[in-house]
Design a protein around this ligand. Structure first.
Ligand SMILES: Cc1cc2nc3c(=O)[nH]c(=O)nc-3n(C[C@H](O)[C@H](O)[C@H](O)COP(=O)(O)O)c2cc1C
Length: 424
């Protein structure tokens, strides 16, 4: 059996290896550590991502070959705790991995000699004309990844003409992000334990011109983000300047409200971010309280899709929060067919969680999604290079989708259908 000293020596050898140089991070091979080799290697960068998707460190955004080059570059650039906040799944990260591997369970059926000299990715979702079905999913705390935070993302979305959803726990206000995007953005809503806070957020989102409110329903309680905890443990910085409670106060509980401009001027002392008592009646209440279209995010079953429609939702996001909510072990692409069957075209269906390549977008559209959302890929671009990084990620995914469509003999989004894929 290998001794602990041998294991540490081996990890140090690997860390020094030019092969793994792109993954090397300070503190990843602790001399005083007490961890298994597998855990140490995981710390070096393979959390949640299959090995073939590791990417390479790049010097500038334009050098990225795929979104994974952004991932490893962001890991190099960001402090471990902040990168860990992006990377983490829950428990053993099984669902996080399933979001990727489940796409391999579907294969593309190309049609030949179609005449693909003109390919259009244009589509319309919820009355919004889009040049691409790739939407920016909401993610919180973007200034933890780049000083320009949500403004960089909004400017990239504008430059590349993508629809953007803004998180409740953004580090930039909805007014400023809408101004930077120079077009309507969709507002993502986390309910809190106090309805007056919801009313205030809705009023600000409406005032900023948001046509859609995206209600996220997959986190009634805090989820168990173990990989985040492991990344935080190896972050050597003093975090108390930004996180009042230090390292114990990352990414959860009421610290979520701290330094979040949408909560400025609201007394949060008795407010709770967790809302375990929430039921479907909240959707009714929300609909009655706003002019915005209500979309429900976090739906994974046909039964719940039907309930969304029963409660008047205008759209559904099939999402498991990027593997950050329950550890179901099921990739979202596996949930999509039952949701699409239940919805029967009555409202648009958007899928997110695990989209990393144009082929993933294509498969989701073939299985009935009207659009897809991306989370981590644009955050990697943001963390690595700010706005140019986000722009490059959007360009890559759009170009990959267009190439996939042409090679599969599909000239428009409408032509991508059930005959475009087969179960592998
Ligand atoms: C760092 C991070 C922060 C997130 N913050 C939010 C949020 O504030 N609200 C929300 O509805 N979803 C949030 N999500 C989930 C995303 O909207 C989206 O569902 C998920 O990232 C899609 O999976 P992907 O990262 O594999 O593309 C977050 C995801 C990440 C990675």
């Amino acid at each position: 059996m290998t001794s602990r000293a041998d294991r540490r020596a081996f990890v140090r050898f690997l860390a020094a290896s030019p092969l793994l140089a792109p993954l090397a991070l300070s503190g990843c091979a602790d001399d005083d550590g007490d961890e298994s080799l597998a855990a140490a290697l995981d710390r070096m960068g393979t959390y949640g991502e299959p090995d073939q998707e590791l990417g390479e460190v790049i010097e500038s955004a334009d050098r990225a070959l795929d979104v994974f080059d952004m991932r490893v570059t962001a890991q190099r650039t960001l402090p471990p705790a902040h990168y860990g906040y992006i990377a983490t799944g829950v428990d053993g990260d099984v669902t996080l991995r399933a979001n990727r591997t489940a796409f391999d369970g579907w294969q593309i059926r190309p049609h030949r000699l179609v005449g693909v000299d003109k390919v259009s990715t244009a589509t319309t979702v919820l009355g919004v004309e889009m040049e691409t079905p790739i939407i920016i999913s909401p993610t919180g705390s973007q200034r933890a990844f780049h000083a320009d935070g949500e403004l960089a993302t909004a400017r990239a979305a504008k430059a590349q003409k993508h629809t953007m959803m803004l998180s409740t726990v953004s580090t930039t206000s909805v007014e400023d992000v809408a101004a930077a995007r120079e077009a309507p953005i969709w507002y993502q809503l986390y309910p809190t334990s106090r309805w007056d806070i919801t009313e205030r957020l809705l009023a600000r989102a409406e005032g900023a011109g948001c046509p859609v409110v995206v209600l996220t329903v997959d986190l009634p309680v805090s989820s168990n983000r173990l990989s985040l905890t492991r990344f935080i443990k190896r972050d050597r910085r003093d975090c108390t300047q930004c996180h009042a409670g230090g390292k114990d106060a990352y990414g959860g509980g009421n610290t979520t409200f701290a330094r979040k401009p949408m909560f400025d001027g609201i007394t949060m002392a008795d407010a709770d971010f967790n809302t375990p008592a929430l039921t479907w009646s909240f959707v009714d209440r929300l609909r009655a309280a706003t002019r915005m279209k209500v979309v429900v995010k976090g739906i994974l079953t046909g039964e719940d899709a039907q309930r969304c429609i029963d409660h008047g939702a205008s759209g559904i996001v099939v999402s498991n929060h990027g593997g950050r909510a329950e550890e179901s072990g099921r990739g979202t692409i596996e949930s999509l067919p039952e949701v699409v069957r239940a919805v029967r075209g009555r409202v648009p269906v958007i899928l997110d969680s695990g989209i990393r390549r144009g082929t993933d977008v294509f498969k989701a559209l073939a299985l009935g999604a009207d659009a897809v959302g991306i989370g981590r890929p644009y955050l990697w671009g943001l963390g690595a290079f700010g706005q140019p990084g986000v722009e490059k990620v959007l360009q890559i995914l759009r170009a990959e989708l267009r190439t996939t469509m042409a090679l599969a003999g599909t000239r428009s989004i409408a032509e991508i259908g059930p005959s475009s894929v087969v179960r592998g």
